[in-house]
Design a protein around this ligand. Structure first.
Ligand SMILES: Cc1cc2nc3c(=O)[nH]c(=O)nc-3n(C[C@H](O)[C@H](O)[C@H](O)COP(=O)(O)O)c2cc1C
Length: 205
């Protein structure tokens, strides 16, 4: 199977917001599609080990912000490269709460969906959620970014220090570690499916 074939699937980039018993959190996702109309339903997939996934499984609701063309790497890094288990992502980030009290960010979004989960399926690495859209709002007239825009124009290239010994590679998206000094350019993370250029080197001390 050619893993690179999956890179030709098209996606958007979203902020998935959660609230469990008053604690708010959010993460970046690239998986959302509308799968039914009347009632309107969407499908999203979340990595099982993510705090946001755990929270929405328990609360049964989430917000989904569609990121627009002005989105900066700082925003994606803030929500997508660190976990709410270690940091309060909303401590210094402007947000509001939707009708279910799930947070959404106030800048760089063009649409906002307020959603209630109606089914979830454990797929191993991820859970697939089908949700009913309770409300939808256009937040700006800017175009949405695609996952391809993010990979090509927003994400900075990983810098490798050539004077240090590399003993492994870590996926910046999900934390998976490959304990080998060489990372093949066509390597794909077995947990989150992100490509080799989402890996950072692990150096010997
Ligand atoms: C571009 C991009 C796309 C991502 N897509 C997904 C996704 O579809 N589902 C998911 O659960 N995590 C995805 N992630 C990873 C989470 O955003 C990341 O693991 C985050 O740190 C989880 O935070 P949490 O533990 O606070 O939930 C993506 C990250 C990036 C940068």
């Amino acid at each position: 199977m050619e893993e690179k074939a999956f890179f030709n699937l098209s996606y958007g980039v979203f902020v998935l917001g959660a609230n469990l018993d008053g604690k708010i959190n959010a993460c970046i996702t690239n998986t959302c599609m509308q799968v039914a109309n009347d009632p309107t339903r969407i499908a999203i997939a979340a990595i099982n080990t993510n705090l946001t996934c755990e929270m929405i499984k328990k609360s049964g609701t989430f917000s989904l912000s569609v990121l627009d063309k002005d989105t900066t790497f700082d925003t994606i890094k803030h929500f997508g490269y660190q976990s709410g288990r270690n940091v309060d992502k909303f401590a210094d980030f402007a947000y509001e709460l939707d009708a279910n009290k799930n947070p959404y960010i106030k800048k760089q979004i063009c649409s906002l969906l307020t959603c209630k989960i109606i089914s979830s399926t454990d797929l191993g690495t991820h859970s697939l959620f089908i949700a009913e859209v309770q409300d939808a709002k256009v937040m700006s007239d800017k175009a949405p970014i695609t996952y391809a825009d993010y990979q090509k124009d927003i994400k900075p290239k990983t810098k490798v220090q050539t004077d240090k010994k590399i003993i492994g590679w870590r996926c910046k998206i999900c934390g998976y570690e490959l304990n080998e000094s060489n990372l093949p350019s066509d390597f794909v993370c077995p947990i989150c499916g992100h490509p080799a250029d989402d890996f950072e080197p692990i150096y010997a001390d």
